[in-house]
Design a protein around this ligand. Structure first.
Ligand code: SF4
Length: 611
């Protein structure tokens, strides 16, 4: 059982909590309503196991007494070309006596959207109670924890985040007190103006306890002068830029909000007893036997109060930009997302690939699990049998002990096992949902050939990914994306496939028909609906590179000659937005200050031991 944070926050902080009665904890909680002190963390490496006991959003971290096993421990993701990762799933339940248990089940249905932390907040006798923890939903919660969360209303959250101590304090929902009460929030998305908002709030005295962008929402609510309460939420949301599907819980209301572009999904359903349920995907509604009613519309604020649902469309209405990657990869195939069946979408992607990139083959297989439905579509259209040529292990953990004699493609082999009986002597079409860095694809092709496949033809059920996502999906930097650096033919050669075809971008749009303009394709097209504000400058080889905050073109410090050649080698498909690059050596630290001045802005960074 993973350790969990347990906290209680009441609108009247003198009110007795029926859950936690320690005087020390009360004092701590009282201070929470005024100022949120910064937590301190031990400086141990993040691969240590951690347990935590804290009052969210304040976390205290204690090193686990669990010892590390002997031998070389490897994070298998280091060996893996990780897929883009969804960063969260949210749930809200109003009006059911088993709210926390239903929330727990709904979070379980959303587990694929985040595996590194989970939390539930309920309201009981006007007191907000919270349990959050690190790990899977089933690891954070058990019978006794759910017993500590009585109440008819609840919100919940599953989180994906980078591993490490910083994650503990970032596990949601966050709960905070403000002048007129308490509020809990769970957020799926990413705020592109987070740093600017945080700087503004800190300049005005706000003290932050987490590094999560969601915390700015609580501070904005606290300083808003709007009345009634849900207008504070609207007031706060109007200052946000980026993607957010959020649920808020107060002493008597549940509020669901979706950003004006509607990047991330949020749906509403109802149970037979009238309880209202919000969730990131319909799969969660199905599990708690709630009937799907509709989406929360982009820019809509839904307030549930005494069983009544009030819809307020108070935010501006640009053209929606729903994330197409939800259909390609993130969402469960049994979900309906943005009003479309994910299963049908993926099946159609496979059919398009079979029509537009046919090849003589004996068998169609999938890279499980996300490639399966597209492979079924390909096989059906091509009239070729679909078989399970790769078996995914569902029991693989995050870290493994590798023998001292290194095993080639260790991480991929732990996850995927080829079936020789399906592959030997066959011409194989293998369907995957996307290629990110290209390293996993090359390992998969090698596995298939080692298992006897005569030919391996790779079909990808998405267009090439050329850009990072700024709206709630963890993607590698553009420099790491193979499609940003290589042509399709070069990628084919790199991964060792006999042929390689991506889903054509135009065919994807054609499939979406009149809905096509309502989707975001920025990671395929580089056309960002909301431009990121911050300029990051990174060292890549002998280059300092960033992206112009306005036109998103690569910015680089070329310095002519050698640098220019290097730049052209790495960014052959990108048009630089370079105006001038300067750098300064710091003799003491040996770091180099890089200043990039471009058509649309300035980026600078200290880069250690820059050549
Ligand atoms: S950039 Fe890509 S992953 Fe991000 S919201 Fe747009 S389509 Fe989705």
């Amino acid at each position: 059982m993973a350790a969990a944070h347990i906290s209680t926050l009441s609108s009247s902080l003198e009110k007795k909590s029926n859950i936690l009665s320690s005087k020390i904890l009360r004092a701590h909680l009282f201070s929470l309503s005024k100022t949120l002190r910064k937590p301190s963390f031990p400086s141990e490496p993040h691969k240590q196991s951690l347990i935590c006991s804290s009052k969210n959003p304040i976390s205290d971290v204690i090193l686990s007494s669990r010892g590390k096993p002997d031998g070389k421990i490897v994070d298998i993701n280091e060996y893996d070309d990780e897929k883009p990762r969804e960063e969260c799933g949210v749930v809200g339940i109003y009006g059911d006596p088993e709210a926390s248990r239903l929330c727990y089940l709904a979070l379980h249905a959303l587990q694929h959207r985040g595996q590194e932390g989970a939390g539930i907040v309920t309201v009981h006798d006007n007191v907000l109670q919270s349990i959050t923890g690190v790990g899977l939903v089933s690891e954070v919660f058990d019978e006794s924890k759910l017993d500590q969360l009585p109440g008819n209303s609840a919100i919940g959250h599953v989180r994906y985040s980078t591993a490490g101590a910083s994650m503990l304090k970032n596990v949601q929902p966050f709960v905070s007190g403000y002048r007129f009460g308490s509020v809990g929030v769970a957020h799926n998305g990413n705020l592109v103006n987070y740093k600017a908002l945080r700087a503004m709030l800190e300049d005005n005295g706000s003290i932050f306890n987490t590094s999560s962008d969601t915390e700015v929402v609580l501070h904005l609510i606290a300083i808003s002068k709007a009345r009634p309460f849900f207008m504070r939420i609207v007031d706060a949301c109007e200052k946000l830029e980026g993607s957010y599907s959020m649920v808020f819980l107060t002493e008597d209301k549940l509020v669901a909000v979706r950003d004006p572009f509607g990047f991330r999904p949020l749906v509403m359903g109802r149970r037979s007893n009238g309880a209202v349920v919000f969730a990131s995907e319909t799969a969660a509604l199905d599990l708690v036997e709630a009937t799907y009613e509709r989406e929360v519309y982009p820019g809509e604020v839904l307030v549930v109060d005494r069983g009544e649902v009030q819809s307020l469309c108070l935010m501006r209405h640009p053209e929606p930009k729903a994330c197409i990657f939800e259909h390609i990869y993130f969402a469960l195939p049994n979900s309906v997302v943005f009003g479309r069946s994910v299963y049908e979408s993926r099946h159609a992607y496979g059919e398009i690939l079979a029509t537009e990139a046919p090849v003589d083959c004996d068998v169609v297989i999938a890279v499980p699990d996300s490639g399966v439905v597209a492979a079924l579509g390909y096989a059906a259209k091509a009239g070729v049998p679909f078989q399970q040529g790769l078996i995914r292990s569902h029991y693989v953990g995050r870290t493994f002990i590798e023998p001292s004699q290194r095993i080639r493609d260790f991480g991929v082999k732990l996850k995927l096992s080829p079936v020789r009986a399906v592959l030997e002597g066959k011409r194989v079409v293998v369907v995957d949902d996307s290629i990110v860095r290209g390293t996993t694809s090359s390992k998969i092709v090698r596995l298939l050939k080692e298992a006897g496949a005569k030919e391996v033809h790779m079909r990808i059920a998405s267009p090439p990914i050329i850009g990072s996502c700024y709206y709630g999906v963890d993607t590698p930097s553009p420099e790491e994306l193979i499609s940003n650096r290589m042509s399709v033919e070069e990628i084919r050669e790199f991964i060792g496939a006999d042929s390689l075809t991506y889903l054509p971008f135009d065919s994807l749009k054609k499939l979406l028909g009149s809905d096509s303009p309502n989707f975001c394709y920025a990671c395929f097209s580089g056309m960002y609906p909301i431009l990121p504000r911050e300029v990051k400058v990174k060292r890549v080889g002998n280059l300092a590179v960033g992206r112009c905050p306005t036109c998103i073109r690569i910015m680089s410090l070329t310095g002519g000659g050698k640098f220019l050649k290097e730049f052209k080698r790495i960014y052959r498909n990108d048009i630089p937005c370079k105006m001038r690059g300067d750098y300064d050596h710091d003799k003491e630290t040996r770091a180099v200050k890089v200043v990039l001045t471009y058509r649309h802005g300035v980026g600078n960074s200290m880069i250690k031991s820059f050549a």
